[in-house]
Structures are given as C-alpha cells and as structure tokens.
Design a protein around this ligand. Sequence first.
Ligand SMILES: CC(=O)N[C@H]1[C@@H](OP(=O)(O)O)O[C@H](CO)[C@@H](O)[C@@H]1O
Length: 504
Amino acid sequence: MASEQDVRARLQRAGQEHLLRFCAELAPGPRAALLAELARLEPEALREHCRRAALACARSPGRPPGLAERLRPLPPARVGSAIRGDPEALRLWEEEGFRQIALNKVAVLLLAGGQGTRLGVTYPKGMYRVGLPSQKSLYQLQAERIRRVQQLAGERRGTRCTVPWYIMTSEFTLQPTTDFFREHDFFHLDPDNVIMFEQRMLPAVTFDGKAILERKDKVAMAPDGNGGLYRALADHHILEDMERRGVEFVHVYCVDNILVRLADPVFIGFCVLRGADCGAKVVEKAYPEEPVGVVCEVDGVPQVVEYSEISPETARLRDADGGLLYNAGNICNHFFTRTFLQAVTREFEPLLKPHVAVKKVPYVDEEGNLVKPLKPNGIKMEKFVFDVFQFAENFVAFEVLREDEFSPLKNADSANKDNPTTARRALLTQHYRWALQAGAHFLDAHGARLPEMLSLPGSEEPPAICEISPLVSYSGEGLEVYLRGQEFQSPLILDENWVQALRP
Ligand SMILES: CC(=O)N[C@H]1[C@@H](OP(=O)(O)O)O[C@H](CO)[C@@H](O)[C@@H]1O
C-alpha cells in the first residue's frame, strides 16, 4: 500500500496536496481507500490535467471561437444513403456486410461507461427497461440482435460465426454490468465472446485548477468521455484480442439507442466496399436545436461538431432547398477498421483535445461539510469518440431513416423527449409497421379490424401493440411466414417460443 508520505510527495509535484486535507482524521479503512485512489494518479499527468482544465475554462467553455466560418457540410461524395440509394446497391452492401460477419471479421463495441445522470438512474443505462411487454432491458435487446445477425450471416454462407461484443465500462458501470450479464446468463451468448473492459477516470477540477474532493475520503472522479475508448483499448490490449480473433471491422455504438442495429450488415458492407477506414451513421436532424452532433467538415476535414459547441445561428442555417444546412445528425454509430484503431491508439490519441464540461460537482468545503452546489463549480474534461474522424484517410457517412434506427434514451419521463416513453413507442411502432408490411391484420377486443397505419406521427401510439423479438427478426425480415394474411388480437408478442410452437 502507498504510504501517506509517498502520496503527499506525489501530490506536491502535481500541486494538489489539498486532497489530503482530511486524511489525518479518517478511520483506517477510508484512509487506505483514499491513499490508494490518490496513488493511482500519475503526478505529471494530474498536474497537466488540472492546468489544462483551468486554462480551457478560462478560454470560455462551449463554443470554439470562429468555428462558424470554418464549417462546411460534408461533400455528397462522402455520403451514402440507405434511403436514397438504389435497391441493388443496398442489396450489395448488405451481402458484403453479411459476408464479412460470416468470416468472423466483424465485432461490435459498446460505449457504456456513462452514469445515466440525465435519465436519473443509479445503475448502468443498458440495464434499463423502457416498459416493453417483454420487459426486456436495452442490454437484452442488443444481445439478441447480435445472436440474430450471427444466425442470418451464418445461414447465408452456410457457416457458424461469431460477432464478439466488446463493452467499455467505467468504475461506475463495470461491476453492475458484469453482475447483470451473469444473472442473465449472458443472454445466451458465449461469455468468452463478451469482453468487458474499463475506461479511465479523471478528477473533476475547480475553475482555478484544483481537483475536487467529493467526500473527505474520495476524489470527485468522472469517466474520461467516450473518447476514453482509445486509451482503454490500449490499456486492456483489446486490439490484440481483436487481431487474435481475426476481427478487421468494428461497429462502435452507444448504449442508449433502443433501435440500434448491431453489426448492421448494410452499414458495414457500405463502409467496406467504399474502402473506408472510418465511418458514421447519420440521420436527418429533426430541428435545429436537437441535441445531436452534426457530421460536417471543419477546415475541409471531416469532424463532428457537438450540439454543445455549435452556435444556434449556425445550427439554424438553411440550404437552397430550405433544409437545414448542417443536417447530418450523429447517432453515435461508428465504423472503424482495426488498422485505423491501431493507428489511433499508437499515434493520434495524444492529439485529441479534451472538451470542457462545466458541471455542478458536490464537494466538501474547508470545514468538511458536504455541499451540493446550486450552480456549476467544477470542470469535467472529456474526450469524444468521434474526434478521431479527422485522422481518417477515407471517411464516409451513411444516412439512415430515423424511424428505423434512432430513438435515444437520454432523459427521464419528466422531460418531453428522448425518454422511456418515446423509446418504447419508437420500438413498438417499428414492430407494428413490420407486422403490417408482412401482411398481418390486428383486431380490437370485439374482433373488429383496427386501422392500418404505416406512417404515424412520432407522438402517437400505434393502433395495436406488437413486439417482435430480435431473435425472430433483426430488421423486419422473415416475418411473412408467420404473419401473412393472419389476424391477431393486440397485443401480439412474437418471440422465439411463439415461432417454435408454429414449427411442424
Ligand atoms: C460525444 C458524443 O459521442 N456525443 C454524441 C452522443 O451524445 P450524448 O449527449 O453524449 O449522449 O450521442 C448523440 C446521439 O444520441 C450524438 O448526437 C452526440 O454527438
């Protein structure tokens, strides 16, 4: 165990000795825990971190000056589309994606280190249940989509294949996520193919560059942002693990989008056939203030400008057709080749600039009282996963339909959007649509046919409740055999048992 003297000397070097202010009065247990936490902080890195935080904050957080003049929309040549593309191209992309999956060359990587503060839960977001009839959690939906895409790829190519699932957690989420997966028997995935690893944590810092104590025995730490991915990949030798497994292409996504298509063959195939080293799925932005980053160019280089960093005036700009000029909304679904990730971890990661978030950080004052600040008092520094786009040699964006692929769970139901209700509705509306397209009809309690509405405003519940297990259909395929020309009472829960029972 690190001695107090050692730790004090290290903190002195970092200019952060105040973190030991209450050390002498702590009981042995908490004291040891504090010393252990502080011993993990490398003095030079800590000094630099605190200095940069204070500096960045002094330079006005939020919008980088002069950004508007440097922005341009992505050139059309870099953008593919699942909506506007011709069906034959779509088929070829999908075919290629399935081919790569069947060759075991595709992995998915989940960014799940966040704390779910806006959602207001104390457990990892992936464990959240939005209230589907099946009561499935986000993690379960994702696990089942992996199983289904493996099965589809395998059937097409007559093989068995694996899409390994890498899950980046943080100090907050690792243990509960591991426990949850164990309790659910890894949702019938092979535990060897579910690889969890932890991102680093960084201290929150005051405006004058002092790391914050959240308790007498604990530094206020926060995950280093979803761009902490690249250090975490190196820390835990994840790219080596991918190489051993023969993985060449990685689909990176964040945990909160209930419609996420893991290892989406169309997206993978598009990126591979375009020879891209890096790609991003986008949807058309719904309105100028929507809290999504925009994929665009800054000084001619592909980048994402985050919603917190674009000015309202720029976000409102329109093009000649009246649409938003910056309309490529980032849905946090990225494609990377393993080779590109290798270059990032080896060369580019240190060049990524941290972003500054000014937050309310609970702390202990000089007298040792716990204070919950009413206004922001601290700085959290985060790297963003998409900041590596600038280093790509061949970056592409791929446009998909929002109603098919994007409904993020960000807030509690007290907010009016991106909440459990909107996420549940988005999924059930999609499944209702798939069922109609496959030829199903729905009946009310008296046996009368319910109206059939293929397009519904996002604010309306579908006329019938229909939930389709991802184990039965990944993106609406294969449903006709069960549904064509048949009538069902709502709710219809189409899961693997239902399908099993229908088999001769
Ligand atoms: C750093 C980062 O990845 N930010 C992403 C991410 O935002 P959060 O508010 O951090 O969840 O997800 C959004 C989509 O849900 C995307 O538009 C945005 O650019």
